[in-house]
Design a protein around this ligand. Structure first.
Ligand SMILES: Nc1nc2c(c(=O)[nH]1)N[C@H]1C(S)=C(S)[C@@H](COP(=O)(O)OP(=O)(O)OC[C@H]3O[C@@H](n4cnc5c(=O)[nH]c(N)nc54)[C@H](O)[C@@H]3O)O[C@H]1N2
Ligand SMILES: Nc1nc2c(c(=O)[nH]1)N[C@H]1C(S)=C(S)[C@@H](COP(=O)(O)OP(=O)(O)OC[C@H]3O[C@@H](n4cnc5c(=O)[nH]c(N)nc54)[C@H](O)[C@@H]3O)O[C@H]1N2
Ligand code: SF4
Ligand SMILES: [Mo]
Length: 732
């Protein structure tokens, strides 16, 4: 008899509640859970393919261990024996900095990824941390760090109540949204328009999101920062700025006008390829809207001045008085956030507390640019990375110059991958530790609840019991921590109990904690949960602002709604001044470099990426239900550019940039503007030794091979993945 089980979808940031149909131990169907307090039945094609994703026959079923140069199936014991035999010795011999850690995107979609990597880093004592954030949202962390003193204080557009949404470099109809967790983002955009609101989309491509907009502007890629600066300039010059109640919390308002002085609409218009009138009228509309939110994502982050653009997004929210008010951009408060502290000066935020060894890149949020990983492995000398631990990461495809990284990984002394697939990156590992498929894992969104358009909490216990021979990903991480720190063989629960003890010891002496003054041992005994991670979740919920507990979540399988976002200033501020620092010094210092770009001649042809609804970065190309159709790795070229360059639809072209060249199929379409071509990322599954039967049959080309890793946003170390110059030549 088929049964059903609820499971939060881990495949994108929308976190939809799914109802899985299960026959025996197989997921045979998935539909949207209509009773889910947040997603209300929404599902997309990826969620609908949950069963196929879960049951992909290419998922590894046992660990792999390298013997005589070849990866072979092994027992869990053999796998951890191999790690324990190698890593502690390498650390002793070469020091903790000789270990690099790479954390990829799915870590924000698993409980293990939230709970264990910080402990792993502490156990190793390394500063060589590289994550997908420096291919993604690090500019936003850095700008929030400077503005609000906390890199995690990221305001989220109040989608369901706003009157005006200015969306830059985001395509939520395909991506389902990012740093703005909102199941059914497309429906929420339609609802915004249906209630008389205005949607403005800024994107060099006419995306499916742009098709929903009242106004679509298609400026030259990379120019958002100038457009945003001119919008802020106009608000100030025309006395349209009205921060209202925010003013008492803001430092530096008076200096902003002078700092942005040269960014008039006329000055930026040629670089943006917009008219000064278009820019002025957008500023006026933004200022006139009863409430408004400015929201920038990938296309505004992974570009040359991504941090400045991310900063200006919030400058506009502040100048218009929309930060921290309903209908504007608000700070969520998730159930596992720490109970808020009273407002007051904090420690502030800085970058550059240490630097990368080879190129001297400053750390940001304790991370180094992933674009610099290959050189840190290759370049001889003290502190060279010899051992690498990659968790849920495929940088060979997702980071610049995968060929170089591929060679660098091959030269490591030892590498561990925690990954369900033998893919472009994990094929270099000495040990691969495969997590079980998602239906066999519990789920809680530690990360995304803190970026959600509504406060809510939902927990999914495993939908299917762990298959014989499988190991839960939390246990995989816990055992990995023990193995690298010389405690191989100790019980994995000890890792969680240690965290619980430390957390309780701090909480009972913290005057602002709900457990202040309690007996830590009694509290530890009270914790609910069958497993270490469940007990840790229970503790975090108890210490959180709603004082929930795991049992309450288990009793509410469709989730607990905690209401709409509420104003939270000034309690979120952690700057040294205790106020919003509108013109932080590192930002001000970068403005002259931006001003200088006004004199640059724009490149004739630049490349941008694109996402497809039925894809997800580099790892969903092996699922038959999601492949084919328009989800293909083709180069979009505007008809005028195609004619000028002699390219034909369905023909092939050579595309070249700093890092190399590729041969790609051409798709002529006016969905991209002139002077811009678009190629999606995550493709290039044609390397030897990968076990991706479906993906390898239609491998596509790796767009990141066009980059050599030297183009980065200086303030955040984020790779420039969009708006870089390319050259095209037709191929016969
Ligand atoms: N040119 C270009 N490049 C880009 C981007 C772009 O827009 N353009 N986008 C960038 C962005 S935003 C990001 S976030 C990065 C993503 O890049 P990565 O962080 O490398 O993420 P993925 O490519 O999704 O690869 C995820 C890896 O995790 C594995 N995995 C899947 N599920 C699980 C699981 O449950 N547990 C574990 N342990 N592993 C799992 C997969 O098999 C795969 O190896 O790519 C970036 N690269
Ligand atoms: N289907 C699907 N969903 C996903 C993912 C996926 O790979 N596939 N990845 C997930 C991840 S890791 C993330 S981070 C999110 C990202 O989610 P989004 O931020 O929505 O990312 P994209 O869909 O890549 O949209 C970026 C848009 O920016 C545009 N763009 C490029 N350069 C510029 C520029 O210079 N200026 C402006 N204004 N626009 C520009 C591109 O044309 C593109 O339409 O999506 C997540 N969801
Ligand atoms: S929108 Fe995202 S979370 Fe929702 S079903 Fe699709 S992939 Fe899953
Ligand atoms: Mo991402």
């Amino acid at each position: 008899m088929p049964r059903t089980a609820l499971r939060i979808c881990p495949l994108c940031e929308a976190t939809c509640g799914l109802t899985l149909t299960i026959e025996g131990t197989t997921v045979t169907g998935a539909r949207g859970d209509r009773d889910d307090v947040f997603s209300r039945g929404f599902i997309c094609p990826k969620g609908a393919a949950f069963g196929q994703i879960d049951a992909d026959p290419d998922r590894l079923r046992t660990p792999l261990v390298r013997r005589d140069g070849r990866l072979r199936e092994a027992t869990w014991e053999e796998a951890y024996d191999a790690i324990a035999a190698a890593v502690p010795g390498l650390v002793r011999e070469h020091g903790p900095q000789s270990v690099g850690v790479v954390l990829g995107n799915p870590n924000v979609h698993t409980m293990a990824g939230a709970l264990y990597p910080p402990l792993l880093l502490k156990a190793l004592g390394t500063r060589n941390l590289f994550t997908a954030s420096t291919l993604d949202q690090m500019p936003k962390h850095v700008s929030s760090g400077f503005l609000f003193g906390d890199p995690l204080a990221i305001p989220v557009p109040d989608l369901d109540r706003t009157d005006f949404l200015l969306l830059l470099g985001a395509n939520p109809v395909e991506s389902n949204g990012s740093l703005c967790t909102a199941p059914d983002f497309p429906g929420r955009l339609k609802a915004l328009r249906a209630r008389g609101g205005t949607l403005v989309v800024v994107d060099p491509r006419r995306t499916r999101t742009a098709a929903l907009a009242d106004l679509h502007l298609a400026p030259r890629p990379g120019s958002d920062v100038l457009l945003l600066a001119a919008l802020a300039h106009t608000l100030l010059a025309e006395r349209l700025a009205a921060p209202g109640g925010l003013e008492e919390h803001v430092e530096g308002l008076g200096e902003l006008g002078a700092a942005l002085g040269s960014f008039t609409p006329e000055a930026v218009a040629p670089a943006c390829d917009l008219t000064a009138d278009e820019i002025r009228s957008l500023a006026r509309e933004l200022a006139a809207a009863p409430t408004a939110a400015v929201y920038g994502r990938i296309g505004s982050c992974t570009v040359e001045h991504g941090t400045l653009a991310s900063w200006l997004v919030d400058v506009l929210n502040i100048l218009t008085g929309n930060l921290d008010r309903p209908g504007g951009a608000l700070f969520p408060l998730s159930a596992t956030d720490r109970t808020p502290r009273p407002a007051g000066p904090g420690k502030g935020f800085t970058t550059g507390r240490w630097h990368s060894r080879v190129s001297g890149h400053p750390e940001a949020k304790s991370e180094l640019p992933i674009a610099a990983l290959a050189e840190e492995i290759e370049t001889p000398g003290e502190g060279r990375i010899r051992t690498l631990i990659a968790i849920a990461a495929n940088p060979v495809l997702s980071a610049p110059d995968g060929d170089r990284l591929d060679r660098a990984l091959a030269g490591l002394d030892f590498m561990v991958s925690v990954d369900p697939y033998l893919n472009e990156t994990s094929r270099h590992a000495h040990v691969v530790l495969p997590p079980p498929p998602p239906a066999q894992s519990a789920h809680f969104d530690f990360a995304f609840n803190a970026f959600a358009v509504r406060n809510q909490a939902r927990y999914s216990p495993p939908a299917i019991p762990l298959e014989e021979g499988r190991m839960d990903e939390c246990e995989i991480h816990a055992r990995l921590i023990l193995a690298v720190s010389g405690l191989h063989g100790a019980p994995p629960e000890a890792v969680d109990e240690r965290v619980i003890d430390d957390t309780l010891a701090r909480a009972v002496t913290d005057a602002h904690s709900p457990l202040h003054g309690a007996d830590p041992n009694a509290q530890a005994l009270r914790l609910a949960g069958r497993t270490g991670p469940e007990r840790r979740l229970d503790l975090m919920l108890r210490l959180g602002p709603y004082e929930l507990g795991l049992e309450e979540l288990l009793e509410a399988p469709h989730g607990i709604d905690l209401g709409p976002l509420r104003p939270r200033l000034p309690e979120v501020l952690r700057t040294c001044s205790g106020r919003i620092e509108l013109l932080p010094e590192p930002i001000a210092a970068e403005l002259p470099a931006l001003r200088a770009t006004l004199a640059d001649r724009p490149a004739a042809l630049v490349l941008v990426g694109r996402r497809h609804l039925r894809s997800n970065n580099s790892w969903l190309h092996n699922v038959p239900a999601l492949t084919g159709g328009s989800n293909r790795c083709t180069l979009h070229v505007h008809p005028q550019d195609a004619a000028r360059l002699g390219l034909t639809d369905g023909g092939r072209a050579r595309i070249a940039a700093d890092g190399g060249s590729l041969e790609v199929p051409v798709e002529v379409t006016d969905a991209v503007r002139t002077g811009v071509v678009s190629l999606p990322h995550g493709w290039g599954h044609d390397r030897a030794g990968v076990r991706l039967g479906v993906a390898s049959a239609a491998p596509g080309a790796n767009v990141n091979q066009l980059l050599d890793g030297t183009r980065i946003d200086r303030l955040s170390g984020t790779a420039v993945l969009n708006a870089f110059p390319v050259e095209l030549t037709p191929l016969p």
